[in-house]
Design a protein around this ligand. Structure first.
Ligand code: DQA
Length: 152
């Protein structure tokens, strides 16, 4: 379906270090491995993926704004900004496309400061705790929601 918009997969701070960063929590897959797996799964579902990472909060805000016109749905692992960023919360509220909050770990089982999600209060839904597989489940949800909003 050539007119389908891509799924944006946006990654926040420290996720560029996956593979070596606390592997007992986040696993051994690198972000490049996860990108490859997302592209493959999305491809099976008829979607392309625009996969990005930034350590800068404002860059993630800019990308969410860009997604409003250019993406069918967004998979967002905002990393630590999940728990702190009113700006990301507001950006998600400002765009009408579905945003799926995604985490490798399950923040609900971790430190208290991870129990609040400002992203989650604006997102369509949350997928967390399945390691790198969380991204693939999120791609499935994103494809479903993008199809729904296009009336497919
Ligand atoms: C994370 C969970 C966050 O609490 C943490 O700050 C991260 C990664 C995850 O994918 O499990 O950077 O978003």
């Amino acid at each position: 379906m050539p007119d389908r918009k891509p799924i944006y997969v946006l990654n926040g701070p420290n996720l560029n270090l996956l593979g070596t960063r606390e592997p007992h929590i986040y696993g051994h897959a690198t972000l490049a491995d996860i990108e490859q797996a997302c592209v493959a799964r999305a491809g099976q579902l008829g979607f392309t993926v625009d996969f990005r990472q930034s350590n800068i909060e404002g860059e993630l805000v800019n990308w969410l704004q860009e997604a409003r016109d250019n993406a069918g749905a967004v998979v967002l692992n905002a990393g630590a900004y999940t728990h702190t960023s009113v700006a990301l919360h507001d950006a998600i509220k400002a765009i009408s496309i579905p945003v799926i909050e995604t985490h490798l770990s399950n923040p609900a089982t971790r430190e208290d400061f991870r129990h609040v999600s400002l992203v989650g209060k604006a997102a369509k839904g949350v997928i967390a705790g399945f390691g790198a597989t969380s991204y693939l489940l999120a791609i499935e949800a994103a494809a479903l929601l993008a199809n729904e909003s296009k009336g497919a």
